[in-house]
Design a protein around this ligand. Sequence first.
Ligand code: SF4
Length: 370
Amino acid sequence: MQPTDAPTRTPAKSGFADALETWYRGVYRRLPWRETRDAYAIWLSEVMLQQTQVATVLPYYARFLAAYPTVQALAEADDEAVLKLWEGLGYYSRCRNMLKAARAIVAEHGGRFPEDLDAATALPGIGRSTAGAILTFAYGQRHPLLDGNVRRVLARVFDVAEDPAKPAVQRRMWELSEGLLAPSEDPFTFNQAIMELGATVCVPNAPKCLLCPVHAHCDAFAHGTQAERPIKPKRKATPHYDIGVGLLRDAEGRYYVQRRPAEGLLGGMWEFPGGKREPGEDLAETVRRELREELGVEVAVGAFLMRVDHAYSHFKVSLYAYFCTPLEGEPRPNAGEAFQWLPADALDALPFPKANRTILKLLRERDAEA
Ligand code: SF4
């Protein structure tokens, strides 16, 4: 049998569900979100686990649930306190969407996560696969999944030779997911198992096919194409930006920080001011220009503190942090966002993105020694 260019029918995979579920019952990891049927706790875990490893999520999940044990508690929470708890986990729009969704659940669904798939996917930040997982794990419903792990497993089991991100292939993948789930008498176990298989056996690089409970059902294994599945579109080179950051310090040793707009990248997080280096500029000029444009203040750029490299999903940055002294004008963000002057140790209480947090850490140590 040849690899399929485009999957056009749901091939029978008799025995797949049984083999997968039997394996799972023997090896599954005891994770707190598998020990509960509380839709809110399961929803939290599904959101935190997007793009994030289990080991990273575990402490965040425990702290978050301790602080906000119910959807009502989250709905009433202060946005900044919630972002602070999320600090370091990244993809902060997940957190902002959870807050919005919690408030919608309290306002429109009587404080209970909706049991209907359409109502669940209408909530901010909840796509079809996340909704399907929550409804399966909390309410025992039967829904196919198509998160990153499941997509990879399906692309290999059915040897899908097209980019799964294409809408037509994606639609077909949903059918394949549904077709594999159909014979199962235990959708909870099946869905947990297929996610677990993707996370621990059918991993992105070097899948452990010889240990795989479904290798007898796997077309890519039969064809020797598993390393080429799923097909990845050719990626453009990841852009990289140099960012000049101003550590604007007043006579009392306090630093100026501002809050980013509520929507968009790192929305609602605090940061030191600065921006992208223009072609031909040196970094001190970047800092001077950015602070003039952003805050309406002239500054003297002093000592260099550090460089921090950081990768986001679609670009990379290098932050270059310089101490600055205001010469003329009172810094005020153009966009009217909130700002504060605080000593380095007091800045700790605010939610900062990871790269800014690295700068803050060194700043605090330096100021403590001074
Ligand atoms: Fe993945 Fe290999 Fe198992 Fe196929 S046999 S599902 S490629 S681990």
